[in-house]
Design a protein around this ligand. Sequence first.
Ligand code: IMP
Length: 183
Amino acid sequence: MKVLFATGNPGKLREVQAIFAPLGFDIEQLVDEYPEIQADTLEEVVSEGLKWLWERHKIPIIIDDSGLFIEALAGFPGVYSAYVFKTLGCKGILKQMEDLDNRRAEFRCCAGYVDANGHIILKTGNSQGIIIHEKRGSGGFGYDPIFMPDEFSQTFAELDMESKNQISHRGRAFEELASTLKE
Ligand code: IMP
């Protein structure tokens, strides 16, 4: 079954294609920038994005919204993760955390699917870990070089994509979505 993934992020596209391929889903990129509303939760952003895309296309589409929630910064950058990454980057986060001992952080992802009739399914996933003190690794994208998942001694940027998908927020959210769709 072919499903379109509306994203401009090639890193996300690769990860999601790898999750869905063994289940017989062929994920293709839909290049259509939907409005990301300013909201308190990832679920609201995804739900509104899917409604907007469905009005325009009326075909099965998936999207995701994700963010990095840092405990010592009261959840910052959270739902502002994309803007903060564009403006401050990993360097800016490391600077903010320079003197902080509490390095706990969590990635969260909401994966959403709308079918041709406008019916929406949302699934969430998260991944716990710490923010290390300097960037490490060249794989992945975004905040991957500064996030080390629990029980690993490598950052997301040092893991291969398959290993990242097994424990990542996106991997977990899309695995659930894929198995629901498979039913
Ligand atoms: P969005 O889901 O595209 O809004 O992403 C929010 C921000 O978090 C962007 O700057 C992404 O690069 C970053 N981000 C989302 N998922 C990941 C990930 O798996 N690893 C690292 N950064 C991520």
